[in-house]
Write a protein that binds this ligand. Structure first.
Ligand SMILES: Nc1ncnc2c1ncn2[C@@H]1O[C@H](COP(=O)(O)OP(=O)(O)OP(=O)(O)O)[C@@H](O)[C@H]1O
Length: 416
């Protein structure tokens, strides 16, 4: 359904080129994500739109439309890209929730899903150029979906894209040397993402300097170290992804038949769907230089400059939205009364419960999204119409006053 009237909710994340917020379709009541940037700086978003709008795969985040709106706070025109909302956050978030290591069975099915997305993209003549845990989102169907096409190159699109781009830690040797960035560079990055799923860390460890890591990737004969506890099948799969010479590296199409993933088609279990309903996170805890996306034109010094700039990211929550400050009265049971949403900054009391909250004072903003029943509103006019348990009403977002980088969903115990 075309999205004509919609309402912007709280910020889900901020990247280098855009802010992503949750939004509600005023006609259907359904939630979706809106990725916005000022019109004057929306070139990357328009490129993303031109690529995403031609795609249709369960393993790629769905495009729902776009428009231009006026930001009432700044009076600026904003370009908005409407996307399927991925309530499970990113794959990096999923790894963190599992204490930094996904079980091999889950790694297999996530790998199968990302690989299926890559086979589809490569067949369409598209190179993603920035595959990593942060750019894979977990959808409401429990599937991993490739997102963030801001760096993508497309053979047949209006915006072909030519420059080398991506995230240093995930770059293939030929990319780090600035030579080429084709579909096989996505396969190398997939190998790095699998290491991230197994270990919870970036593939190259012990580097404090992006130039050193680019030099290591581009000019040594090393490949990232494979975890020693994984199966031989997993090691063999990774060894095919992480071949330094791109002409010898396996393609996504070859890898989809590898025994590591061949049997995992239906492995995304009900459990992982349920586990995927969790708080989207701040980007601040992902602000390490290792994971920054860059558009790398050429020189190391320039690259460092870009990294330095990128690391000054703003907090993922802005204070100019109409959050309401509430005080936690009890540590048990229900949201018994959600105060009205009128008036940002107004302090009200609310009874909260279930799971410990480490702070007593926080802010919230209802979005009317119920994780149990799907897209139905469980909040009407700021009142909870169901006496939702925390876990029933997943999109009431909370944030602490003192730590802007933290946020919670009602229903989730402290995730800090
Ligand atoms: N469809 C979505 N559903 C839920 N959360 C999303 C969605 N799209 C993006 N996000 C959140 O917003 C964050 C930033 O989004 P995204 O990576 O697309 O922005 P970007 O500006 O392109 O980032 P980058 O700096 O990597 O280029 C993501 O890491 C994720 O947490």
């Amino acid at each position: 359904m075309e999205i004509q009237k919609w309402r912007r909710g709280g910020v889900l994340g901020r990247g280098s080129c855009a802010t992503v917020s949750i939004a509600t379709n005023s006609t259907s009541g359904e939630s979706f994500a809106v990725k916005s940037a000022p019109v004057s700086r929306a070139e990357v978003l328009r490129r993303e739109q031109s690529i995403l709008s031609s795609l249709d795969s369960p393993f790629i985040i769905s495009y729902l439309g776009s428009d231009i709106s006026k930001d009432h706070r700044t009076d600026q025109l904003c370009y908005n890209l409407f996307l399927e909302y991925a309530p499970g956050g990113s794959l990096t978030d999923e790894v963190k929730r599992q204490y930094g290591r996904l079980p091999e069975s889950v790694v297999r099915s996530r790998t199968f899903e990302i690989l299926s997305g890559l086979v589809y993209l490569h067949d369409m003549g598209i190179v993603h150029c920035d595959i990593k845990g942060q750019n894979v989102l977990i959808g409401s169907d429990g599937h991993a979906k490739i997102a963030d096409f801001g760096c993508a190159k497309c053979e047949f699109c209006e915006y072909a894209g030519s420059q080398i781009s991506g995230t240093p830690m995930y770059m293939a040797p030929e990319v780090a040397r600035g030579e080429e960035q084709g579909t096989l560079a996505d396969v190398w990055a997939l190998g790095c993402t699998i290491i991230e799923m197994f270990t919870g860390t970036v593939p190259w460890v012990g580097f404090s300097d992006p130039v050193a890591v680019l030099r290591q990737i581009g000019h040594s004969s090393d490949v990232p170290m494979l975890p020693d506890w994984i199966s031989d099948e997993a090691k063999d799969f990774l060894s095919k992804c992480l071949i330094r010479n791109p002409s010898k590296r396996w393609s996504a199409e070859q890898l989809i038949n590898h025994p590591f993933v061949a049997s995992s088609e239906n492995l995304t279990s009900e459990k992982s769907v349920i586990e995927s309903w969790v708080s989207p996170k701040s980007i601040l805890d992902q602000g390490m230089w290792e994971s920054m996306t860059l558009n790398l034109e050429s020189e190391p010094l320039e690259r460092i400059g870009m990294l330095a700039g990128a690391s000054t990211a703003e907090p993922a929550w802005s204070d100019d939205e109409d959050w309401i400050t509430v005080r936690c009265k009890s540590e048990d049971a229900f949201v018994t009364d959600v105060p009205s949403t009128s008036g940002g900054g107004k302090e009200e009391e609310v009874s909260l419960a279930g799971g410990h909250m480490e702070t007593e004072e926080f802010q919230f903003k209802p979005h009317g999204y119920d994780s149990v029943s799907g897209n139905k509103n469980c909040l009407e006019g700021g009142k909870c119409n169901k006496n939702c348990r925390f876990s029933d009403c997943n999109s009431v977002l909370l944030k602490t006053r003192k730590e802007l980088s933290m946020r919670f969903l009602i229903g989730y115990p402290c995730l800090v």
